[in-house]
Design a protein around this ligand. Structure first.
Ligand code: F6R
Length: 267
């Protein structure tokens, strides 16, 4: 695991966007796994800036989103389809036919989930997956207790997640109770993973994910089994890490330092 510590949310987002840009410069037809929620908004803002001002090209890119609320149509104000259009897709040149987001309104969820998994494979697998993390340690909507081998499926949201996401809806009762989500097993197959977290509220989940046992009670802890995961954290989100001094020491040594886990690249 690689841990990048930054002082501000803007710095975090710039660093994570730079990782995406590097990926696209090296592989213009890369397959990106995308997340929604508050956390990645700044990354998308920076990617839009890089597209407009520095010509970052998405014309050959394919994207797969992690999840969608069951029951919300693509034009619903709070659907993740709408979120992605507003925060990213409307502003860059990714072809519409290359955009995949789970459907919240399909007639046959089982068949849809199988098809989604199949499409990821047919497109060559995900090169870089962007993740946020829930206060309960979830990645995508893999709530505590999810199988660490799970695939795309319908998941019942945890009470904590419903409460956390109620801020986006008029009333808490409006938050859907089910979501269609990539599984932990699906996510672990991405070649590279970037998990971004900011703010004090995320500190316990980040500590559990990075330094706790691998457990379905914190599905982000499964990333300990992934060989190429980078955490982008601000000081608050990193606040409960026991080994923080060690991570800072590695970061201070910079890329190329012997014995550093970050020797392979600079971000
Ligand atoms: C969203 C997703 C979720 C969020 C998580 C954090 O696609 O998969 O796992 O990343 O709930 O949400 P925010 O960023 O709003 O704190």
């Amino acid at each position: 695991m690689e841990i990048i510590l930054k002082d501000t949310y803007e710095d975090l987002c710039r660093a994570a966007a730079r990782m995406v840009a590097k990926m696209l410069n090296a592989k213009p037809n890369a397959v990106l796994g995308l997340a929604t929620g508050s956390t990645p908004i700044g990354i998308y803002r920076e990617l839009i800036r890089l597209h407009r001002e520095e010509g970052l090209d998405f014309s050959q890119v394919t994207t797969f989103n992690l999840d969608e609320y069951v029951g919300l149509g693509r034009n619903h104000q709070q659907s993740y389809h709408r979120f992605m259009q507003e925060h990213l897709f409307e502003h860059i040149n990714v072809p519409a036919q290359n955009i995949y987001i789970p459907s919240g309104t399909t007639d046959n969820y089982e068949a849809f989930c199988r098809w989604y998994e199949q499409r990821i494979k047919e497109c060559g697998g995900i090169d870089l997956q962007i993740l946020g993390i829930g206060v309960d340690g979830h990645i995508a909507f893999n709530e505590p207790g999810s199988s660490l081998g799970s695939r795309t499926r319908i998941k019942t949201l945890a009470r904590q997640t419903i409460e956390d996401n109620a801020r986006f809806f008029d009333k808490p009762e409006d938050v859907p109770v089910y979501a269609i989500t990539m599984g932990v097993g699906t996510i672990l197959e991405a070649r590279r993973i970037a998990l971004v977290a900011n703010g004090k509220k995320k500190a316990p989940a980040i500590a559990a994910a990075i330094e706790g046992p691998v457990t379905s009670l914190c599905t982000a802890s499964a990333l300990q089994l992934h060989a190429d995961t980078t955490y982008f954290l601000d000081r608050e989100a990193a606040g409960d890490l026991k080994m923080i001094e060690y991570y800072e020491w590695i970061q201070a040594k910079g890329p190329g330092a012997p014995y550093s886990t970050t020797w392979r690249r600079s971000v």
